[in-house]
Design a protein around this ligand. Structure first.
Ligand code: UT7
Length: 336
């Protein structure tokens, strides 16, 4: 019997129009373009400004972009997973709303939350549905409206994050393309270093928590940085070693876009030169669950059938991991 693997067969994206530049941040907090650029690699980020619009606004548009490009009919989709740390509402599923809005009337849907590793974990989950043979079309959307949880008077966080969404479709493959291996990890000690204190079951929101700004993201940047550098590099290296791959076998590193220095450290560990490292942090910042699918959408035209991709991410929790995936198609707009 032919082995069924889970391949990515289409991608889509959406980023808001409004751009927040480093220059503009200089007038909001005590920072400067030079510091932000050298410490993070970020030049600008997108911010969703539409009145009353939440994460689903972007998720829907990223999914529609995918459907338009691929010609897939939404009614064929069986599962919709929205990877997000910023759902529209604390309880009602953002994925259910997104699925209904795009016309995925035959799908069941749910949100998956693992901070900056949400999309990576969702890739793993989606692949199991496909490999089981039970499902043929699983849509995974990574979307976050980080601006809804950022304190724009806190220079330690407001310079980093941005809003955006990306989507991928997983389908069965019989040529052994798609997801090959994964190594996913988590460690709860990390929640002290990167969190939103209030609004959960430990400390429900109140006038007091809002006054203290406890509904915003707080992070001990330096500590998170250290864990991110060593763990992202470790898991990426593990994918190579465990699959007997040399750096020459790898066409692309697809790293979570949290900080250019973390990305470079990961690339160095696996010996990959800059040309093989996907990067768009300079224009979008850290979009949390959207970084990986936004990279795929931006680099789709450069990807070739059979290319070996190593995904790696690290985020709050802590959560982290790596995935080894073989790209399954040549884009219509292929560059030579
Ligand atoms: O995606 C989820 C996981 N998140 C991450 O992976 C983020 C990981 N952390 C980081 O990317 C980095 O730690 C930051 C970009 C957040 C900060 O960079 P850093 O090189 O770790 O800086 P630092 O926090 O060690 O601060 C260095 C100095 C400090 O001044 P002193 O104490 O040396 O005088 C800060 O007060 O830079 C100062 N500083 C700033 N200066 C200008 C901190 N933020 C800023 C700023 N502009 N925005």
């Amino acid at each position: 019997m032919t082995k069924i693997t889970a391949a990515i067969t289409a991608v889509g994206k959406y980023v808001p129009e409004h751009t927040l530049t480093n220059k503009e941040l200089e007038s909001m907090v005590d920072t400067n373009d030079e510091w932000i650029t050298t410490r993070t690699g970020i030049k600008e980020r997108r911010i969703l400004k539409e009145e009353g619009a939440g994460t689903s606004f972007m998720a829907i548009r990223a999914a529609e972009d995918l459907l338009n490009k691929s010609g897939v009919n939404a009614s064929e989709i069986e599962v919709v997973i929205v990877a997000t740390a910023t759902p529209d509402l604390p309880v009602a599923s953002t994925a259910a709303y997104t699925a209904s809005k795009i016309g995925a009337i035959n799908a069941f849907s749910y949100d998956l939350q693992a901070a900056c590793s949400s999309f990576l974990y969702a890739m793993s989950t989606a692949s199991r549905y496909i490999e089981s043979g039970r499902y043929k079309k699983v849509l995974v959307i990574g979307a976050d409206k980080m601006s809804s949880i950022i304190d724009y008077t806190d220079r330690a966080t407001c310079i980093i994050f941005g809003d955006g969404a990306g989507a991928v479709l997983f389908e069965p493959n019989s040529e052994n393309l798609g997801l090959q291996d994964e190594y996913l990890r988590s460690d709860g000690i990390g929640r002290e270093y990167l969190k939103i204190e209030a609004g959960g079951s430990i400390l429900p929101s109140s006038e007091e928590t809002v006054k203290k700004g406890q509904h915003f993201v707080h992070q001990e940047g330096r500590t998170v940085f250290k864990f991110a550098v060593s763990n992202m590099a470790d898991v990426a290296e593990k994918m190579l070693v465990r699959n007997h791959l040399t750096k020459e076998d790898i066409q692309w590193l697809v790293p979570h876009q949290a900080n250019k220095r973390i990305i470079e450290a990961t690339a160095n560990r696996v010996g990959l030169e800059e040309e093989k490292v996907m990067m768009n942090i300079h224009k979008y910042g850290n979009t949390t669950s959207a970084t990986l699918p936004l990279l795929l959408a931006d680099y789709e035209k450069d990807l070739k059938k059979g290319d070996n991709l190593i995904f790696a991410a690290f985020g709050g929790g802590f959560t982290w991991g790596a995935i080894y995936l073989k790209w399954a198609y040549n884009s219509k707009n292929q560059t030579t």
